[in-house]
Ligand binder design. Structure first.
Ligand code: F0G
Length: 353
């Protein structure tokens, strides 16, 4: 048996690392593509819907794919510190990989708009956590300047090594399904990840390993600059991970849309939360709110007939549900609290059997 040691060694030759043996890795990648049964049944959809569950990466989101490459590269180039602006997941991932590399991580986050799990990760991994009285877009502007003025490597997705790492998720989908899906749906914030998937599918398609999917990108309706066609000054959504008004990879998002024959659309917070709850309670997969935007979008497209019957659809679930326990608890039934006796517990159970 060969031990799995992460993306850089597994996809050596497809990633820009000189010596894969020096990879700074936490065993990221190799996440499952889970087939849903209850979701298509409920929609009356005679096709296949898979969930590429990126919440099962080491820090609980897809960011680890990009971070292993970005941090390995930064270390290789002699950098000893990384910086990022983040809505939470990037900061958690940067903090973990920097810790492993013995580097300092500076993470700039919008005060009060980071899900609890993500904040706890950045803190535990020893990042220097700087909360700003502003939003993600403000933080992004600040880190762009900081990275020019100081010897600190920027590890947001405008760092091209991030997208190189993230493209491997598309490779895995093709390897698992034996082909590209007909449709691939993703939540969109900065639009780095949808760009990376398209790079991955295109790379494999050029080698005749697969065809190319139609790419679908979904933004939350309160934070939907790409759909509205202009920057959003005060973006808002329950899906804090994608609370972004000025996407860094806006141009490449439009290129992906055009080249793949795909489209972008927005979904309401209520649709996002409903999709999150539906997946968790009927298909057993718990993702964070932003991730559920891809599923909410696919549900709407199927209901409106834009995704035809018989199609194979993959939704990327970008982050784990445990990232945002507050939102999960708020939308769930509260536990029963009873006396510590069998009869008191029976009193609850009897109502259900
Ligand atoms: N889903 C989750 C869970 C995310 O954390 C993000 C981005 C996205 C989707 C959107 O990906 O930006 O490549 O289009 N999170 C960044 C962060 C902004 O700071 O963690 P994108």
């Amino acid at each position: 048996a060969t031990r799995y040691t992460g993306l850089i060694q597994h996809y050596a030759g497809r990633l820009p690392i000189d010596d894969p043996a020096d990879a700074i890795s936490l065993g990221e990648g190799r996440t499952p593509c889970i087939r849903t049964y209850n979701l298509p049944r409920r929609l009356g959809f005679e096709g296949e819907i898979y969930l590429k569950f990126e919440g099962l990466n080491p820090t609980g989101s897809f960011k680890d794919r990009g971070m292993t490459v970005a941090v390995t590269k930064a270390f290789e180039e002699g950098s000893r510190a990384v910086v990022c602006a983040s809505t939470g997941n990037t900061s958690a991932s940067a903090a973990a990989y920097a810790a492993r590399a013995g580097m300092t991580a500076f993470v700039i986050i919008p005060e009060g708009k980071i899900a609890l799990g993500k904040l706890s990760q950045a803190m535990m991994h020893g990042a220097k956590v700087i909360q700003i009285r502003g939003n993600f877009d403000d933080a992004m502007e600040i880190v762009r300047e900081l990275a020019e003025d100081y010897p600190i490597t920027l590890v947001n997705s405008i760092n091209p090594h991030r997208l190189q790492g993230q493209k491997t998720a598309a490779f895995e989908v093709v390897e698992e399904l034996g082909r590209a899906p007909d449709y691939h749906a993703l939540p969109v914030g900065n639009a780095g990840n949808i760009t990376a998937y398209w790079m991955g599918y295109s790379e494999y398609a050029e080698e005749d390993r697969c065809g190319k999917p139609v790419m679908l990108g979904f933004q939350a309706s309160g934070s939907a600059p790409i759909i509205e066609g202009h920057r959003i000054g005060s973006p808002d959504t329950v899906a804090t991970a994608i609370r972004i008004g000025n996407p860094a990879s806006w141009d490449s998002a439009l290129r992906v849309q055009q080249e793949s024959g795909g489209w972008f659309d927005s979904v309401q917070d209520a649709q996002i939360l409903e999709a999150q709850k539906l997946l968790a309670s009927t298909d057993g997969v718990f993702c964070e709110p932003a991730s559920a935007a891809s599923v909410a979008g696919v549900v709407a497209e199927i209901q409106e007939g834009r995704i035809p019957q018989g199609s194979t659809v993959v939704c990327t679930l970008t982050g784990h549900g445990l990232k945002d326990p507050d939102t999960a608890i708020e939308q769930s039934d509260q536990p029963y609290t009873v006396d510590a006796t069998e009869s008191a517990v029976e009193g609850v159970i009897k109502a259900f059997i």
